[in-house]
Design a protein around this ligand. Structure first.
Ligand SMILES: *Cc1c(COP(=O)(O)O)cnc(C)c1O
Length: 229
């Protein structure tokens, strides 16, 4: 079997094993392949092995790749920091945006989303580790942001996204992801109707799946080490 396919299957097996341990179906967890800094050819190879959803962090690089791969039925997620002056390009080219944490950015995305396109799927970024430098809103600010998002016609609020503080301590990983899940559950008790928890990366996807992740964002384990980003 070729290495691209076996690498993909190894990651799928990690997700399936974590889901089974948690008493969940592996079908509940979507694999988002994070292809930032990877060539369009590398994405095409993974797509040929069966992967459909890809995540990108840098707008210019992503837009070129999306154009080069337009012949494939891929779903593109923007997962990087969102600069205000890039919101049009993001809204026009992507299917999902993770990491929305300001009303102004949401408004701009909604305005730029084409009337002929389906509404843009949105995950709000929540900061559960309280690091000043990290983006994402504090848990207390989520409900207000959810209300604001509701009034924006071209967006479809799907859930929460988080990038907790990196640690190899599985207990700490679990606690951080559990905090994100609690925010998600609380919003749903208030009627938010969310169905997506985007959390977990190459080093902590098992802990994220154990705490309810529905999308894991995996780069290194699929594509190897990046030069940048
Ligand atoms: C790069 C990146 C990932 C993937 O990280 P890996 O450790 O390479 O799996 C996931 N999420 C976000 C937001 C990223 O920027």
């Amino acid at each position: 079997m070729d290495t691209v396919k076996s690498t993909l299957q190894a990651v799928q097996a990690r997700i399936a094993a974590a889901a089974e341990l948690a008493g969940r179906s592996a079908q509940e967890v979507a694999l988002l392949a994070v292809s930032k800094s990877c060539s369009a050819e590398a994405v095409r190879a993974l797509a040929n092995a069966g992967q459909r959803e890809f995540g990108e962090s840098y707008v210019q690089e992503a837009v070129a790749k999306i154009a080069a791969l337009a012949d494939l039925p891929l779903i593109w997620h923007f997962i990087g920091p969102i600069q205000r002056n890039k919101t049009s390009q993001i809204a026009e080219n992507f299917d999902w945006v993770h990491g929305v944490d300001r009303v102004i950015v949401a408004q701009r995305l909604s305005t730029a989303r084409g009337a002929e396109q389906t509404p843009l799927n949105i995950c709000l970024q929540v900061n559960v580790s309280g690091e000043v430098s990290k983006s994402g809103v504090a848990p207390e600010q989520l409900a207000g942001l959810v209300t604001e998002l509701r009034s924006l016609p071209r967006l479809r609020l799907r859930g929460l996204m988080a990038i907790p503080q990196a640690t190899e301590d599985v207990v700490v990983q679990r606690a951080q992801f559990a905090r994100v899940r609690e925010c998600f559950e609380q919003l749903n008790r208030q009627g938010a109707g969310l169905d997506t928890l985007s959390m977990g990366m190459s080093g902590d996807m098992e802990a994220a799946v154990a705490e309810g992740a529905t999308i894991v964002r995996v780069g290194t384990a699929l594509f190897g080490n990046r030069i940048k980003g």
